[in-house]
Design a protein around this ligand. Structure first.
Ligand code: UDP
Length: 324
């Protein structure tokens, strides 16, 4: 299959591009490199430096390559930044995705797989969270992702482009090769921050609140390895190309770890002492986010393989010797 991967130089997109580039698929990465890294694009993959906000250009790329499928990772994804600068998020995520979805649909792209997020659920009424749960996004980033999901549904109804929206829980870890990994600037995510404290790049970890209603008082998240996520995109494409219907699917392991458990696991895996201090709660953080992943297991015939130890071990390997 010929697949256009937007955001293929970003964290999750580059892991997906690497995975599919090893198969018979033909991969074209479209990325504006504003937050991605050209070094992360695998050899043998065609690269177009294009910005999805440029409607003409993105349409030209789709006409030129006529992909059968688009896998759409390109997005801004910092919650805090989205609160301070919603315009960036509505322009890049919503307008950019509109340009892409419209061009894909007009040019008869058959399948579209979209990177969505569990943050569309906001503060969930119950956990684990199934796809049936009410969506109630509580920040502009999550709003933009939900709008794109709706756009896909409406375009499919009118023009027939089939889609799968994948609602990720907490993406983490790195490819086993050590050649690609997570590199955000600034870095807001817990596991990289904990590993930076382990390798001396930062003094300590601030634990955002230890008075939540959880067994150790710290927040619980469902950490899912980036290659398990990537593999689910492969399965989503298979799902669509086998003639199945468009759908929305949660991607998580179905079990969670608290912030303190992550610090303790990282100490075990790295053999380092990790300093931490208790800080105030971070605004908007729900106590527990864990996926009900029954639908992914059943419909995609997918199963996460990496444990939390594997996630931290692969991330540690990367953080000791990051290539970008
Ligand atoms: N967290 C923390 N200290 C940090 C970064 C994150 O205690 O320096 C906590 C955060 O409050 C959340 C969890 O770690 O409960 C995961 O946060 P992250 O930003 O990695 O992902 P999110 O769940 O916000 O998407």
């Amino acid at each position: 299959m010929r697949i256009l991967v937007t955001g293929g130089a970003g964290y999750i997109g580059s892991h997906f591009a690497r995975m599919v580039s090893k198969s018979n698929d033909e991969v074209i990465v479209a990325d504006n490199l504003s937050r991605g890294h050209q070094e992360s694009i695998p050899d043998g993959v065609q690269f177009k430096n294009v910005d999805i906000r440029d409607a003409e250009k993105i349409s030209e790329v789709i006409r030129k390559y006529s992909p059968e499928a688009v896998v759409h990772f390109a997005a801004f994804a910092y919650v805090e930044e989205s609160v301070e600068h919603p315009e960036l998020y509505y322009q890049n995520n919503v307008v950019g995705s509109y340009n892409l979805i419209r061009a894909a649909s007009e040019n008869k792209v058959k399948y579209f797989v979209f990177s969505s997020t569990c943050s569309v659920y906001g503060n969930p009424g119950k956990v684990p969270i199934s796809e049936e749960a009410q969506t109630n996004p509580i920040n502009p980033y999550a709003n933009t992702k939900l709008i794109i999901e709706m756009m896909l549904k409406d375009f499919q109804s009118a023009y027939g482009m089939k889609y799968v929206s994948l609602r990720y829980f907490n993406a983490a870890g790195a490819d086993d090769s050590g050649e690609i990994g997570e590199s955000h600037n600034p870095e807001p995510h817990l596991i990289p921050i904990v590993l930076e404290a382990a390798n001396g790049k930062r003094e300590k970890v601030s634990v955002f609140g230890n008075d939540y209603n959880t067994p150790d008082g710290t927040c619980i998240r469902d950490y899912i390895h980036v290659n398990d996520l990537s593999n689910a995109h492969v399965k989503a494409l298979e799902h669509l190309s086998s003639g199945n219907e468009s759908t929305i699917i949660n991607l998580g392991t179905g079990s969670g770890n608290s912030v303190m458990e992550i610090i303790k696991t990282a100490e075990k895996v790295t053999g380092k002492n990790i300093l931490f201090g208790i800080a105030k709660r971070r605004k908007g953080d729900p106590a527990i986010l864990v996926a009900d992943n029954t639908k992914a297991l059943k419909i995609l015939n997918w199963k996460p393989k990496y444990t939390i130890d594997d996630i931290i071990r692969t991330a540690w390997r990367w953080h000791q010797n990051p290539k970008y």
